[in-house]
Write a protein that binds this ligand. Structure first.
Ligand code: ADP
Length: 612
């Protein structure tokens, strides 16, 4: 899936499709919905009371004034008291009904919004890694797509499932009352409605495309801000604050222009609609006044007020209906991106059925045969790769940057699937492996291991959530981090993000001891550490390697030379392999890399300095 938010056409989904997609999220709350609808319906009935009461009141007072026996205060007081009681009573009832309707309506909206976000998070966690490296799925863009989707969809639920029906009944009811009072007045009111809808349709056509553009720019903006925050160090060190601000300013300007354009169109048509509505009111006043003047049966002065109020009861809901229509159109833009995520079945990680028996461990023999792999971005990272990883041994992958070493680890962990060729673990093809069962067998230590915000203990326990406190301490001892942690004021309850790079790396290794997988991938575990930290964690790396199948990728000669086997890669292809010493004797790329590292380290001078 690739929802292209910048495209020109409006969504393919359509309002019907959108509501069908939303229905399953609303159904769990059908009883709540039913009660809310009843309350709102009661509210729309009560909305007509004012018009009826005023009609009667004006006529009654008018009759009092023209009474033969003269005007009587007691009769007038009776009328006024009755009106007050009815109007105030109705208002009190109406306040209660509105309160209930709002609270229940909000409850449905908030619940639906929670369900939508739970569903999308569940979904994203299932996606394969390739999804996240695709264009358009950058963190900021994804976040906007999810946030806006949830917000506008839950609003749609409220608009459509809660507000629209009562509004509609309210308009129909008021119209029916108008017809009952006088057919001509009813006809005038009815004639205004199609004009109103016609203007709305024209407005809709003119807005076409703009919504998508506004949303696309929004996504770019939030992605840009996230980028700035992530690269703050680089920006500051190069004094590029102004350039970054200028980039944002250009986007903001585009966004402002687009928003203003949509607003301009919208306000223009809103004004037009208000004008049409006003024409309706004027026509109704003139018509009713004319009918009163010619003494048309059933017509009285009170009817002028009555008809105008009823007409506003017809036009107000229609105005609201139009707002809902507008919101629905907005929601269509966001819904496409949101449901696109829920629908992206092809992005879900594929999993086979094969599992190890309970608690059983693999031997750890990987056979890679004629594998080809290209990243979704088009980088052809692996070419006709064939290699065997022997169980229980440490295999080093060597090569220049970009040779495809990390990609091999990505393939072996099933983060990506090869385009062709086969990879087996203990003779079972990876695609037949249950993905979770496979990853149970593998531990991954990267250059920077993500430390979650939380205590050191929580971070180590991530390796095995049911581990006891004692297990955590034991894992820390094995990873040679126990003593240092104990020196901290809060010990294992200290915040893990405050640890140094080398310490964090050992927390990650302690995590591996808890997980205790038979296979370990070490992808440049010391690349971001200084020499002292590298030496310190050497002990923990040596400890974790024992008795496991290990693949190590490193620019650190010490870690390569220690290995039992070596594969040298160049542009995704094996160019040399064997025991480290043998491969060195063969000459070629490995010798070049090793000699260059020795030279860059100034080994001769170091030896001299140490001999002094
Ligand atoms: P190494 O680990 O040997 O430095 P990599 O396996 O990281 O090399 O990269 C091999 C090639 O694949 C490079 O050309 C790199 O740009 C590309 N590549 C690596 N990761 C990704 C990714 N997530 N998306 C797209 N291309 C990638």
């Amino acid at each position: 899936m690739q929802p292209n938010m910048e495209k020109e056409n409006d969504s393919k989904m359509g309002i019907g499709g959108l509501l069908r997609r939303l229905l399953p999220f609303v159904l769990p709350y059908r009883w709540l919905l039913f009660v809310t609808l009843l309350l709102t319906f009661a509210g729309s009935l009560m909305a007509q009371v004012n018009a009826v009461v005023l009609d009667r009141a004006v006529d009654a007072i008018n009759a009092l004034l023209h009474l033969d026996g003269g005007f009587q205060w007691s009769a007038a007081a009776r009328i006024l008291v009755t009106i007050s009681i009815i109007l105030l009573g109705k208002e009190l009832l109406s306040a209660l009904v509105t309160f209930g309707q709002r609270i229940f309506g909000e409850k449905i909206r908030i619940n639906v919004s929670r369900d939508l976000s739970l569903r999308v998070v569940d979904r994203i966690l299932q996606f394969r890694m390739a999804f996240f490296s695709q264009d358009g799925n950058e963190p900021g863009k994804l976040q906007t797509r999810i946030d806006r989707g949830i917000m506008s969809l839950s609003n749609t639920v409220k608009n459509f499932f809660i507000d629209i029906l009562p509004l509609f009944t309210s308009a129909v009811l008021a119209l029916a009352l108008m017809y009952a009072a006088n057919v001509y007045v009813g006809l005038v009111a009815t004639a205004i409605i199609p004009v109103y809808f016609w203007i709305t349709a024209v407005q809709g056509r003119r807005m076409k495309g703009w919504r998508h553009r506004v949303f696309g720019t929004h996504q770019q903006l939030s992605h840009g801000i996230l980028n700035i925050i992530e690269s703050m160090g680089v920006i500051k060190s190069f004094n590029r604050e102004q350039e970054e601000a200028a980039k944002q300013a250009a986007l903001q300007e585009q966004s402002t222009e687009q928003q203003m354009q949509t607003r301009r169109i919208s306000f223009l048509y809103e004004g037009l609609k208000t004008f049409v509505e006003q024409i309706g009111t004027v026509l109704i006043i003139i018509l009713t006044a004319y009918l009163v003047l010619i003494d048309y049966p059933g017509m009285s002065i009170g009817k002028i007020m009555y008809h105008v109020m009823l007409f506003s009861n017809v036009s107000a809901p229609i105005r609201q209906l139009h707002r809902i229509y507008d919101d629905l159109n907005d929601a269509l833009v966001y819904a496409e991106g949101f449901f696109g995520l829920l629908d992206a079945d092809n992005e879900v990680e594929s999993s086979g059925k094969w599992k190890m028996g309970n608690g059983k461990r693999v031997q750890g023999r990987f056979e890679i045969k004629n594998v080809e792999f290209t990243y979704p971005s088009g980088a052809h990272a692996i070419r006709d790769l064939t290699m065997t990883i022997e169980p229980g041994k440490t295999t080093a992958l060597v090569g220049l940057s970009g040779a495809g070493k990390s990609t091999i680890v990505n393939l072996l962990d099933k983060f990506y699937a090869p385009n062709s060729g086969t990879i087996t673990l203990d003779g079972i093809p990876l695609r037949e492996w249950d993905t979770q069962a496979l990853r149970e067998q593998i531990g991954l230590v990267l250059q920077k291991n993500h430390i979650f915000s939380g205590t050191i203990e929580e971070n180590i326990r991530y390796g095995r959530p049911d581990a006891t406190h004692e297990d955590v301490l034991e894992a820390a001892r094995k990873a040679y981090i126990y003593d240092q942690v104990m020196e901290l004021p809060d010990g294992f309850q200290s915040n893990a993000t405050q640890l140094s790079g080398g310490q964090q790396q050992r927390i990650a290794i302690a995590r591996m001891f808890l997980k205790d997988p038979p296979i370990i991938f070490l992808d440049e575990p010391t690349a971001s550490l200084d020499a002292i930290a590298t030496e310190q964690i050497k002990n923990s790396i040596d400890a974790i390697k024992k008795g496991r199948t290990v693949i190590v990728i490193s620019h650190n000669i010490g870690q390569i030379i220690d290995s039992d086997a070596l594969y040298v890669l160049d542009t995704g292809h094996v160019v040399q392999s064997g025991l480290p010493a043998e491969v060195y004797r063969q000459g070629g790329l490995y010798k070049e890399i090793l000699d260059a590292s020795a030279r860059s380290m100034n080994v001769d001078k170091i030896a001299e300095a140490m001999a002094l």
